[in-house]
Each structure stands twice: as C-alpha cells, then as structure tokens.
Design a binder for this molecule. Structure first.
Ligand code: BV8
Ligand code: ZN
Length: 260
C-alpha cells in the first residue's frame, strides 16, 4: 500500500472515530502480540506448538486433562509477566473519549489474557472467557484465581471433581449474555472496529458480518456518512475486502494514530 494511501486511510479512520457517538470493537490475539502473547495462527503461534484438538476442546480435556492443564499452566506463567501495549491503551483512551461525549462504547474480545482490563478498558465482553477464572466440571463452583499455576490436577474444593479453565473451547457455546451484548453493539454502533483477528473463528468473527449487514456498513459504501467499518490487522483477512477502511500493520503502531 502506497504511503500516501495509508496516511489517507489513517485520516479516514480518525475522522470516523472522532465523530462517532457509538463505537463497537472486536479484538483478537493480534492486539496482544506486541505484549509478547503468542497468537494462534501466526508463525510460532500457539497452535503450532500444541494441537488445538488436544488443548482447546472438551474432547481433548476428557482424553487428557493433565495435558490441557500443562498447556494452560504454561500460558498462565507466560501471561503473568505481560503488560498491555500501546494498542490496548489506545482503545481504553477511545472508550473514555466516546463515553466522555455521552456516546456508547463496547469492546468484545476473543482474548483470554485480561490485557484490555489491565489497560483500563471497562465493561470488556470476554467472548471466549478468561484464563484467570476456573470452574468446576461437577458443580457450580467458579473462582478467579489470577495467573498463578494451579498444579497438574486442580480439583474442586467443594466437590473434589476436576476444575477446568473457564474459557470457551471449540465446540462450546459462548456465554449467552456476553454474546447477546456483543451482537447488540455490532448492530447499533455507528463505527465498528476489528483489531488483530484473523476473522476465522465463529461466532466471534460473525460480529464483523453483523456490522457490515445490519450495523454501520449496512448498504452504503461511501464515507460521506459518519458511519463505517474499520479493520486494523497485520495481514489481510476475509474481512479486509469488505470493510470501509482496512489498515494493515501493527496495532500498537496504527491504533495510537487513529485514536485522537
Ligand atoms: C461453537 C479460547 C458450536 C480458548 C478459542 C467450520 C467452519 C466454520 C466454523 C466451524 C467449523 N468447524 C467448527 C466451527 C466452529 C468453531 C470455529 O469457528 N472454528 C474455526 C477454527 C473454523 N467455533 C467454535 O467451536 C465456537 N463454538 O461454534 O459452538 C455450537 C453451536 C451451538 C450449540 C453448541 C455448540 C467456539 C470458538 C471459541 C474457541 N476458543 N479460544 C483459548 O484461547 O485457549 S478460539 C481462539 O481463536 C482464541 O480465542 C482466539 O482469539 C480465537 C481467534 O483467533 P484470533 O484471535 O483471530 O487469533 P489468530 O492467531 O487467528 O489471528 C491473529 C491475527 O492478528 C492474525 O491475522 C495476525 O495477522 C494478526 N496480528 C499478529 N500480530 C499483530 C496482528 N495484528 C495487528 N498487530 C499485530 N502486532
Ligand atoms: Zn465442584
């Protein structure tokens, strides 16, 4: 992309965000990459080290819970020492600016690393759960245990059954309330911003399509209106050709430029 072109896109994205009364954001692993969190599908990504089927599905947990806990304990140790990066901080600033002018703001993340909250974002919709939370496989015990490793066989203090990470594995449904809130935001926002996601995992990636068909991208492709859809991602994704402004590069470099 020519430099002039990218500065033009940056300016268009800035204009959209600066005047928006309601903003909805979807983030994925790419927004945490510059904090040192490995993404899933990039080179060196988590899925190149472990098979998704073994460590992020109910069947994998049933087959070998010790392996799943080894994977999650390693992730917990890695995540304990990471900090939010400029992209997370820019989104927290954007939220304060939109709320400060009486607007509405929603941030739905696919990430389980808690970095948006650490950056000061409020009301984060954790679509895929949180790595700091565990729940029991046999009763309704649930606890936020932070990032400390939990040993190879964490069991429930109430009923003695296996504990599991309180995350959404493949084949599991998302929390109905958090999903409904994310859909409402994608439908009603004036500007939809997708950051650091390969837009491959559903239903989360479907939020982009909802924004395009029922939200700000509905029916219009020109930008005279103050509504629109923006993508910030290192590489092109299936959404890149459909959004109004596609910005390819590092979120930590681009977001601070488009958030006033
Ligand atoms: C469900 C939690 C069913 C655990 C995760 C076939 C076709 C379509 C769909 C399916 C299918 N087969 C199965 C499905 C459904 C499946 C799915 O979508 N599979 C995909 C892989 C095809 N979905 C599910 O199973 C969901 N549940 O459908 O339930 C159901 C329905 C009704 C009733 C009962 C059951 C559950 C999905 C949730 C799974 N859990 N994680 C954990 O985290 O360990 S998903 C996992 O992928 C993470 O949450 C991650 O966030 C998410 C998405 O990945 P991304 O975040 O996008 O990360 P990725 O690495 O892919 O991309 C990073 C991007 O960042 C890249 O593009 C890269 O270029 C960019 N980047 C890198 N660095 C930077 C950057 N960008 C900017 N700056 C940088 N510096
Ligand atoms: Zn229990």
């Amino acid at each position: 992309m020519a430099e002039a072109d990218s500065s033009d896109r940056i300016a268009r994205a800035r204009r959209l965000l600066a005047h928006a009364d309601s903003v909805a954001v979807l983030t994925g692993a790419g927004i945490s990459a510059e904090s040192g969190v490995p993404t899933f599908r990039g080179s060196g990504g988590l899925w190149s080290r472990q098979r998704m089927e073994d460590v992020a599905t109910p069947a994998g947990f049933a087959r070998d819970p010790v392996k799943v806990w080894r994977f999650h304990n390693e992730l917990r140790i890695e995540l304990e020492r990471i900090a939010p990066n400029a992209a997370h901080l820019a989104l927290a600033r954007l939220e304060r600016a939109v709320l400060g002018r009486g607007g509405r703001f929603a941030l739905a993340t696919q990430n389980i690393d808690g970095l948006h909250q650490a950056a000061g974002s409020r009301g984060v919709l954790e679509l895929h759960g949180s790595l700091t939370a565990v729940r029991c496989t046999g009763c309704d015990y649930r606890e936020d245990v932070g990032f400390r490793p939990l040993g190879p066989r964490p069991t429930c203090p109430d009923c003695g059954k296996w504990l599991r990470p309180d995350v959404v594995w493949f084949g599991e449904t998302l929390g109905p309330d958090v999903w409904a809130a994310a859909v409402r935001a994608a439908r009603s926002c004036q500007v939809f911003l997708s950051v650091g996601t390969s837009a491959l995992v559903y239903p989360a990636a479907g939020l982009i399509e909802i924004a395009l068909s029922e939200g700000p991208g509905r029916g219009r492709r020109h930008l005279e209106t103050s509504a629109g859809t923006i993508e910030v991602n290192l590489e092109p994704t299936p959404a890149s050709g459909k959004v109004d402004v596609a910005l390819h590069g590092r979120a930590g470099h681009i977001l601070p430029q488009i958030v006033a």
